[in-house]
Design a protein around this ligand. Structure first.
Ligand code: SAM
Ligand code: SF4
Length: 462
């Protein structure tokens, strides 16, 4: 696989096992000063199983998360626009040879209707997702571009979607330019596995069977000017330590070539998918404790990169991972095209089963009860704080002040427009508490924003 030195990763893991325990203090102190860890330091954290060490890794991850992101957690919903796919990924229900699921590609008006449903629940940020095959007679990128435009065009009262991130198949530089011009936020693509042999086995057919074309998609997206990129591993396909170092090597490649790492990292674990035998019995199933360690080690290794947690995980795991480093969560998701408003019997096939079925309102309520500020903010993207510009603010932790202010404004909008009475009560109390913690100038600007929201204006940000 280009850009990833498989042998080097194996050697790093072998050497890490021999590392003496005094090293842990040194590594954790470096991480606590918000410095990026080297591959061998990350390898040392990944290989320790001593419960005392793991406890200290978790405590450090929690401090780093607070130092960089403060208490805010960004919320979004995935919007699956199509389950047509030309690939045969062994773990996915959308694979081309799966006859068990109903296929559907949403039309522009269906995409708009799905978006309106999400807007009416209070969502402001969408991750658009699809299989790798356009509806008949349409070109992939044109289908994606029209879908993004339909999502931005949808309205519910004064509310509109503020940011559309996209998780779709690799494109050429020219096609990525077209996609960027539709106004996307982050472009997400998961390498799934950084282990060459496993990659080839898991992707037997279709355009995705070429690992080099897939990993190079990130470089092509950068070349096309998309500078917020999300990457990820599908955990369960191969050894988690190798995969995590593979992901971190990929980040080193990005930093070396483009002077900026990924905007976000996703850590999906394989979930049961209809018609995929492998998904019910993943070859390298990881335990909950290993999963927590992965999130904590990533938080310490690349402290300024967002970590996304989807509703694949159950409520308890998701709530627990927030303290270990997760900064964005999805809410109230469906993985079926049309799944947000379709009656069950008409439902197209979903990609995999979900672990967290709480409503957005319940998730907002739970976040508040754990003293996390739910945020629907998309300010950085709109202020062109993307790529390097974002990292310059994120690295020293300066983004935190802006994040908290924007989170509080968007929380008030959500509470005013959509929340249940119980969530309103706890949410307004939280706003009062956090307002009092700000300095006089910030309190003054926030109060002004709140007065604007009270007068009906939506979408204020700094
Ligand atoms: N089809 C495109 C692709 O593969 O890049 C776009 C998105 S695909 C629908 C989104 C992601 O879902 C994949 O990258 C994969 O990591 C994840 N996925 C597939 N099957 C899964 C399963 N059974 N459990 C959890 N995640 C899964
Ligand atoms: Fe298609 Fe993506 Fe599923 Fe693979 S993971 S079968 S490419 S939708």
């Amino acid at each position: 696989m280009i850009y990833i030195d498989q042998e080097k990763i194996n050697n790093l893991l072998k050497d890490a096992q021999k590392a003496e325990s005094g090293l842990l203090d040194k590594i954790l102190n470096k991480a606590l000063s918000l410095k990026r860890l080297s591959l061998s330091e990350s390898a040392a954290l990944l290989t320790t199983d001593d419960p005392e060490h793991v406890k200290r890794i978790f405590a450090a991850a929690s401090s780093v998360k607070d130092a960089i992101y403060g208490r805010r957690v960004v919320l979004f919903a995935p919007l699956y626009i199509s389950n047509l796919c030309a690939n045969a990924c062994l773990y996915c229900a959308f694979k081309s040879d799966n006859r068990l699921i109903k296929r559907k590609a949403l039309t522009v008006s269906e995409i708009k209707a799905q978006t309106e449903w999400l807007l009416n629940r209070g969502h402001k940020r969408i991750l658009m997702v699809c299989g790798e095959e356009a509806p008949q007679g349409q070109d992939n990128v044109d289908y994606y571009v029209n879908a993004v435009k339909a999502i931005y065009a949808a309205e519910a009262g004064k509310n509109k979607i503020k940011r559309v991130n996209v998780n779709c198949a690799p494109l050429s530089i020219g096609e990525f330019k077209k996609l960027k011009s539709s106004g996307i936020g982050t472009y997400q693509i998961f390498q799934e596995t950084y282990h060459q042999e496993t990659y080839l086995r898991m992707h037997p057919k279709g355009p995705k069977s070429d690992p080099d074309n897939r990993i190079d998609a990130v470089d092509r997206a950068f070349a096309a000017g998309i500078d917020d990129i999300g990457i990820g591993v599908l955990y369960g396909l191969y050894d988690y330590k190798f995969e995590t170092l593979g992901l971190l090597s990929h980040i080193e490649h990005m930093e070396g070539k483009f002077k900026v790492g990924p905007h976000t990292i996703s850590v999906p674990r394989i979930e049961p998918a209809e018609g995929s035998e492998l998904s019910f019995n993943p070859p390298h199933k990881i335990t909950d404790d290993e999963f927590k360690k992965i999130v904590a080690v990533l938080r310490l290794s690349v402290p300024y990169t967002g970590i996304i947690m989807s509703t694949r995980e159950n409520a308890e795991m998701r709530d627990g991972l927030l303290s270990l480093g997760v900064s964005q969560v999805s809410a109230e998701s469906s993985t079926s095209p049309g799944g947000y408003s379709t009656k069950d019997k008409d439902m197209a096939g979903g990609q995999f089963s979900l672990g967290d079925h709480r409503s957005l309102d319940q998730i907002v309520g739970t976040l508040i009860s754990h003293d996390y500020i739910p945020s629907f903010c998309a300010a950085c993207y709109r202020m062109e704080r993307t790529g390097k510009a974002f990292m310059q603010l994120a690295k020293p932790g300066t983004i935190k002040g802006k994040c908290s202010m924007n989170a509080l404004v968007t929380l008030k909008e959500y509470l005013d427009d959509f929340a249940s009475q119980a969530v309103k009560d706890s949410g307004y109390k939280m706003i009062g508490r956090y307002l009092n913690k700000l300095d006089q100038d910030d309190q003054k600007s926030l109060k002004l924003f709140f007065a604007h929201v009270d007068s009906g204006i939506r979408d204020e940000y700094v």
